[in-house]
Design a protein around this ligand. Sequence first.
Ligand code: ATP
Ligand code: MN
Length: 482
Amino acid sequence: MQRLKIAEILRTEPVNTSVLVKGWVKAFRNNQFIALNDGSTASNLQVVIDLENADPAIVDRIKFGAAIGATGILVESQGKGQTVEVKAESIEIYGDCNLDEFPLQPKRQSLEFLRENAHLRFRTNTFSAVFRIRHALAFAVHKFFNDRGFYYLHTPVITASDAEGAGEMFRVTTLPLENPPRTEQGEIDFSEDFFGRSTNLTVSGQLEAELGALALGDVYTFGPTFRAENSNTTRHLAEFWMIEPEVAFCDLTDNMNLAEDMLQYVIKYILENCAADLKILEDRLLEEEKSKPQDQRSELSLTEKLHFVTENKFERLTYTEAIQILKDSKPNKKGKFQFPVEGWGTDLQSEHERYLVEKHFKKPVVLTNYPAAIKAFYMRQDEPLEGVPGPTVAAMDILFPGIGEIVGGSQREERLDKLKQRMHEMDIPEKELFWYLDTRRFGTCPHAGFGLGFERLVQFVTGMTNIRDVIAFPRYPGSAEF
Ligand code: ATP
Ligand code: MN
């Protein structure tokens, strides 16, 4: 007999037909009622054992966590809580589960404990919900771009360039660590390395995506990126997935519109397609918030927060305006910020971003036109702006409640002379990026794009507080288990 997935069974009418189901035991009540889950849905299927004809040796092995198969008749359920159930005619045990040794127990266990047991945490309701939603979000991202005529471009994971100009990369090498070849000056000789040069894991696919956009028009990347920064926060991973659209003939405003449309589209997709999983995560978050003092609890439930983002326009303002708001803010005047906001030109700290989003505007915020000095070399230089003390670039960051920065993007500098001048100021050798500069030499055009941290998006949608709980096997300082 063909096995049916539980999601499919729960969609069908009970027609008194025979079915075969397979899954893991979530609960076993009164030696008769099995709650079975196979991962296809958040819901369990009730399998009822025929007490008179069941083999006691088999019944004895039906334990929390065991993998079993059941054949029986699908009928309308007598009990509350489900519409259909399976009257089992035979049960097969595929894998026993000894509760004395199984790390997971049929009770609520802490997220910290489950992180240490990340190989098993998929078995919990919380984590199966998180990973089903993560999948659905990835699918929605591809659907959004495909429906708009974007091409999915696969940019390299191993790269010789450092797009951000920051020294936060993981080196890739096959040179012997104990005795590497050296140059006459005594430095490690990377010309003898695998690629004949020094290489790293990519921090971003943007520069390569720009090359694609200047011929294909609209492209996006969606792949793993790596940062060797020693950030032990709830929002940073050493290995994370980034979505980076790059669009030809596009300015900063088009870019903001694209990012806002995309975020609202994928969140709406989850609201429409993942209600049962969202319910599990909403209840979890409510439980977590009970341990917080009243004034730190969220005013909105998880689904309300998601609706709020899909139904309201994001607040757009310049960096310069944001600095003024922060300077005049209560926490700044009362010395409540750890980093006081003194003046124009400094980078915003996470506490400042969160103040703007969570306290001042109470909705997602898009900040634009940052000081050139705190942004990357490739961002387009603005004309001097009225009342703004220094040079700015056409950058935009999107800040989300509870998350802070979720998107970082810009219109790119398409003018060769301006780009070269900026690279010179920032000590970036032209020779290394000759290929990037070539796009500005031959048929250059205005273009823009952004990077969306996929895990930060999954965090927002699932309400999980720690980024390490929305990627299957998190990599962070001191940890690369599994
Ligand atoms: P942050 O200031 O939060 O460290 P960033 O300015 O370094 O972010 P970008 O280099 O602009 O971020 O990267 C684009 C996006 O990638 C960010 O908006 C964020 O969503 C995500 N991101 C950046 N660093 C990380 C990280 N270490 N772990 C997970 N996501 C990240
Ligand atoms: Mn960073």
